[in-house]
Write a protein that binds this ligand. Sequence first.
Ligand SMILES: Cc1cc2nc3c(=O)[nH]c(=O)nc-3n(C[C@H](O)[C@H](O)[C@H](O)COP(=O)(O)OP(=O)(O)OC[C@H]3O[C@@H](n4cnc5c(N)ncnc54)[C@H](O)[C@@H]3O)c2cc1C
Ligand SMILES: NC(=O)c1ccc[n+]([C@@H]2O[C@H](COP(=O)([O-])OP(=O)(O)OC[C@H]3O[C@@H](n4cnc5c(N)ncnc54)[C@H](OP(=O)(O)O)[C@@H]3O)[C@@H](O)[C@H]2O)c1
Length: 351
Amino acid sequence: METYDAVVIGAGQAGLSASYHLQRRGIPHVVLDADESPGGAWRHRWDSLTMDDVHGIAALPDADAPGTPDGRANQVVPAYFSDYERAHDLPVLRPVRVDRVEERGDLLVVHAGDRSWTTRTLVNATGTWTQPHLPYYPGAADFRGEQLHTVSYPGPEHFAGKRVVVVGGGASAVQLLGEIAPVAADTLWVTRREPVWRTDDFNPDAGRAAVALVEERVRRGLPPASVVSVTGLALREQERAASLLGAYERHPMFSRIEPDGVRLPDGEVWPADVILWATGFRPAVNHLAPLHLRSEHGGIQLDGTTAVADPRVQLVGYGPSASTIGANRAGRVAARGVAAWLARRDTEDVA
Ligand SMILES: Cc1cc2nc3c(=O)[nH]c(=O)nc-3n(C[C@H](O)[C@H](O)[C@H](O)COP(=O)(O)OP(=O)(O)OC[C@H]3O[C@@H](n4cnc5c(N)ncnc54)[C@H](O)[C@@H]3O)c2cc1C
Ligand SMILES: NC(=O)c1ccc[n+]([C@@H]2O[C@H](COP(=O)([O-])OP(=O)(O)OC[C@H]3O[C@@H](n4cnc5c(N)ncnc54)[C@H](OP(=O)(O)O)[C@@H]3O)[C@@H](O)[C@H]2O)c1
């Protein structure tokens, strides 16, 4: 069986950037992606998320940015990725869902069902979309209404005339409330801590400061915290109608869920038809469990993009690089890390 110098898992922004830079360095590799077609998580974003709504998609290496043409992000970005894969002849195999990565001596073996790939190094670029975070609150199993997470947001029409509780204080909660509040019978926004509203622009300096905070956590081996905990929140023009309706009057978390609503800390029950959990995501890294990369603090400790517990493994799109611009840069750094590891191995083999 062929032994690759690198296997990349995931063909979102981070995986494509890594593949581009590996290719530039002449490093033989393959990219394994679970989806049916190009686009990474962007294929699965809700239909009402337009290119006007997104925070901005950074250009992939050696390409123009997709810009902000009219259109749905779940169509524009996948088309952009598809053109990119073709233009650069990137070696993407799909659909291939990796189940686990195991160590075999000096090598790593990547398993997907009954298929496997042997490699000297690994670049993990599996994002967070497939790991929605659904916290437990007492009474949840007995709720007679509907419970949804951001990942399966069906669009505002679904909530017309309903009483909707939105949980979570991040951009997803704010933007989904912006769409739901104008059509719902009523909305209740609950967060476990006071939202932090930005009074300034989220400019590149603010972006760098946010990334530095996440970098610091990941360098210490802590799991990344919520995105909003480092970025803060802002309302846009799209949220004006909801704001005028009072949708952004924040309430503290409910104490429990009742069959027909949620019990607020003052003991009152707020009757609800739907609970929308806008409670964020976790890194999709379960397939790496056999490598024991987690630190005693519960996160994967990184030095740049290199896993401290196993320098054969690079993580991109993880923690500080979980943005399109961060994913781009991380792809370059990871390819450098792969090259450094391979060069070290070659030197040892010669010695
Ligand atoms: C609603 C929403 C909007 C966002 N908007 C922006 C924005 O405007 N600008 C911005 O910079 N960031 C934005 N982000 C953050 C965004 O997620 C990242 O910027 C970026 O798209 C993530 O890229 P990625 O390559 O790390 O992951 P993804 O795009 O999630 O790609 C991961 C790939 O890995 C594959 N995969 C996962 N598990 C496996 C497995 N086990 N085996 C094989 N393949 C696997 C998936 O199929 C997928 O193709 C947004 C996030 C959300 C949730
Ligand atoms: N238009 C766009 O481009 C757009 C739209 C939506 C989202 N996004 C992006 O998508 C990414 C994810 O955003 P997100 O809002 O989904 O996630 P997020 O920023 O990680 O926020 C998750 C929220 O859920 C809360 N939460 C977590 N566990 C909880 C619990 N047990 N009980 C109550 N609340 C809990 C968090 O609270 P704590 O902070 O206290 O942990 C936080 O308020 C970000 O990068 C964001 O920018 C972009």
